[in-house]
Design a protein around this ligand. Structure first.
Ligand SMILES: Nc1ncnc2c1ncn2[C@@H]1O[C@H](COP(=O)(O)OP(=O)(O)OP(=O)(O)O)[C@@H](O)[C@H]1O
Length: 259
């Protein structure tokens, strides 16, 4: 018998029109089940970040509804630590150590001192930084800063992790290492991940599903189920077939068709 997974995020006929008049999303529909790793892939400016921000309660739908755990995102944020956000820049506080950066959101949440240190050290170990607890951001590479940012997001054990092009500023080697580590974390923590990327290879390597969006105003064009076992081999025919499929959908979504 197939197990029906709980719906974690849903967009129901969502339009988003900014005050400037820009229509970022139009009739955007999407349902995301518990435990998925879903990438949003689409042309620049098609509303990927807008969609992600709405899930985090940062901006409301002009029409339609966004629900997280069957509630409004703002309510989820107000009453729980279930949603965490990782941006393209690590945004660490330069005057705080690695450990203190990760502790900050736990302090704000009022978690007791002993417990928060235990949580912070645990996630820093998970991202491979247990030897850098007392280092300052200026002493870290770009990849290490991003690891701290991911640890900070994971510290409160969110059920839903939102990641907006987190690896875009990193070199290719570092990006690939972080992708592998992120998959291990996803499998260990059993969180649902929404991941924005421009990179077709990254989307295929990471995702259980890829939501391909149209050019602005963004709509869901295709949902690709990436039916490959983890960890994935980046250089086999099946992998390349998914890359081709995603790239073609993306071209199509931009109004350009393959010859
Ligand atoms: N706060 C805002 N006010 C007005 N317009 C905005 C605002 N934020 C985004 N936009 C516009 O909405 C559209 C969608 O932007 P968004 O950042 O969601 O796209 P994106 O797909 O994430 O883009 P990219 O891939 O280039 O990062 C763009 O035209 C953008 O200029």
């Amino acid at each position: 018998m197939e197990v029906v997974k709980e719906e974690v995020v849903s967009f129901q006929h969502v339009d988003k029109v900014y005050q400037s008049g820009t229509v970022a999303l139009s009739q955007f529909d999407l349902s995301i089940a518990d435990g998925e790793f879903i990438s949003f892939l689409g042309p620049s400016g098609c509303g990927k970040s807008t969609a992600l921000r709405m899930v985090a309660g940062l901006g409301e739908a002009t029409n339609g509804r966004v629900k997280v755990f069957n509630q409004s995102p703002k309510d989820v944020i107000k009453h729980s630590n279930d949603i965490a956000y990782v941006f393209q820049e690590a945004n660490l506080l330069p005057w705080r150590t690695v450990l203190d950066n990760v502790l900050l959101p736990l302090e704000i949440r009022g978690i007791n001192k002993e417990k928060r240190k235990e949580c912070a050290v645990e996630v820093l170990e998970m991202v491979g930084l247990k030897d850098y607890l007392h280092a300052y951001p200026r002493q870290l590479s770009g990849g290490m800063k991003m690891r701290v940012s991911i640890a900070r997001a994971l510290a409160a054990k969110p059920k839903l992790l939102l990641m907006d092009e987190p690896f875009a500023a990193l070199d290719e080697m570092t990006r690939q290492t972080l992708q592998m580590d992120l998959l291990q974390i996803w499998q260990k923590e059993k969180a649902t991940i929404l991941f924005v990327t421009h990179n077709v290879y990254e989307a295929v390597y990471l995702s259980s599903k890829i939501a391909v969006m149209s050019a602005r105003p963004g709509r869901l064009v295709t949902m690709i189920d990436v039916d490959l076992p983890y960890p994935r081999n980046r250089v086999n025919n099946q992998f390349n077939a998914y890359v081709d499929k995603a790239a073609k959908s993306l071209e199509h979504s931009m109004g350009r068709k393959e010859a």
